[in-house]
Design a protein around this ligand. Structure first.
Ligand code: SF4
Ligand code: SF4
Length: 376
């Protein structure tokens, strides 16, 4: 509660002082770099041993599972590998069938899982025509926390914004480029700004009318300085009136390179790529964020791909084995252990989103496991 109030206070301060936000934004890039460097050092000097990681390897131990029910997207973001993969014909796309989804959810709920995130590695969850039906099924199966990230283009489609609020989805993260058409097109590569801002306004208004059951986080993937967005007409009119403890806004300080796919010169305006990191021989925390693709393939890392999400991070398929078996398998262990030998999957080589496992991460994963045991 205290933390929520503090976050709201900080958020509010930033919104109220646009030029202060620019100041913080400028320095945050360097602060992030220092924080990442310190994390690398801590991960290296207080290294978590392979046996300790093996004890928390199973997906059953984590607090959430990522189920990307589609990898189709309706945007072409400058900072994402998706448009490049589509242009090169390297991405096989599709939508998850209801039976595959039901199988995953039933297993996850039975094992005490309480959080399901619909965000795919690439793609927009609202493209899935049966997303609403799938959310209902997950709730009925006993999973209380549902979240996802969307570009918001389809929020108005079939009154999706109303259905999501009525279903009391826990968290919706809106990824948006700007609050004007030209900037939006520059970053998202499509002429959909009016749909996004109208859908977002409707979502915020309907959520407020219903007592804010949904936490909404508006994440700007901005090419402008924060002050230009915070003082824009559309921000003042459609977003600012709804800012609250349940509706937050933030700006992206640095962008990662999708395993070397994105280059600095491709990013417009103030967008900056993270600096490359030294390769340390410790596994990445994202390897424990088991992500299920629309065809049932289970992939270690729900965050990034290079040219395809059917790559060397795929370790099995839920149509053949349970998620528990796949996540605890020798194949999964060999990818994780490979990091200790300096052998990384292609996708992970030069990935600037790499986040090494630390002692505090291990503690958090064990705590999540204890909570699940209590729930079971
Ligand atoms: S960042 Fe998201 S919205 Fe943009 S192209 Fe990639 S998958 Fe689509
Ligand atoms: S290094 Fe990058 S691609 Fe590999 S698991 Fe981590 S975040 Fe994912």
């Amino acid at each position: 509660m205290m933390l929520n109030r503090f976050r709201f206070w900080v958020n509010n301060k930033v919104i109220q002082s646009p030029w202060g936000a620019d100041f913080v934004y400028k320095f945050a890039y360097h602060v992030n770099w220092i924080a990442n460097s310190l994390r690398d050092k801590s991960a290296k000097f207080f290294a978590v041993k392979p046996a300790e990681l093996a004890s928390v390897q199973s997906a059953q131990i984590g607090s959430y599972v990522l189920v990307g029910t589609t990898n189709i997207c309706n945007a072409k973001c400058a900072f994402c590998a998706y448009p490049r993969a589509v242009e090169n014909g390297t991405l096989e796309t599709g939508v998850m069938t209801m039976p595959v989804f039901q199988k995953i959810v039933s297993e996850w709920a039975k094992n005490g899982g309480d959080h399901l995130d619909f965000t795919p590695v690439v793609g927009d969850p609202l493209i899935d025509p049966s997303l609403i039906e799938k959310i209902k099924f997950a709730h009925e199966a006993g999973i209380p926390r549902i979240s996802f990230t969307t570009n918001g283009i389809l929020l108005n489609h079939h009154d999706n914004y109303k259905k999501l609020v009525d279903l009391k989805v826990s968290m919706i993260y809106i990824s948006i480029g700007a609050t004007d058409e030209a900037q939006y097109k520059l970053i998202y590569g499509v002429n959909q700004y009016q749909k996004v801002i109208s859908g977002l306004r409707n979502l915020l208004e309907y959520n407020r009318q219903n007592g804010e059951p949904v936490y909404v986080n508006i994440r700007f993937r901005n090419a402008q300085r924060p002050s230009e967005i915070l003082t824009s007409e559309d921000f003042m009119k459609y977003i600012k009136p709804f800012i609250s403890a349940k509706v937050e806004v933030n700006f992206t300080v640095d962008f990662d390179n999708w395993g070397g796919t994105i280059r600095q010169e491709e990013l417009p305006g103030v967008m900056r790529l993270r600096k490359p990191r030294p390769e340390i021989k410790i596994p990445c925390t994202s390897l424990f964020g088991f992500a299920i693709r629309h065809d049932g393939s289970v992939r270690l890392c729900g965050c990034r791909m290079k040219s395809s999400d059917l790559d060397d991070l795929v370790v099995g398929n839920v149509n053949e084995q349970s998620l528990e078996e796949i996540s605890a398998s020798a194949k999964t262990k060999s990818i994780i252990d490979g990091f200790y030998r300096g052998e990384r999957p292609e996708t992970c080589k030069s990935c600037t989103l790499y986040t090494p496992v630390t002692r505090s991460w291990l503690k958090g994963r064990r705590a999540a496991n204890s909570r699940r045991q209590v729930k079971k």
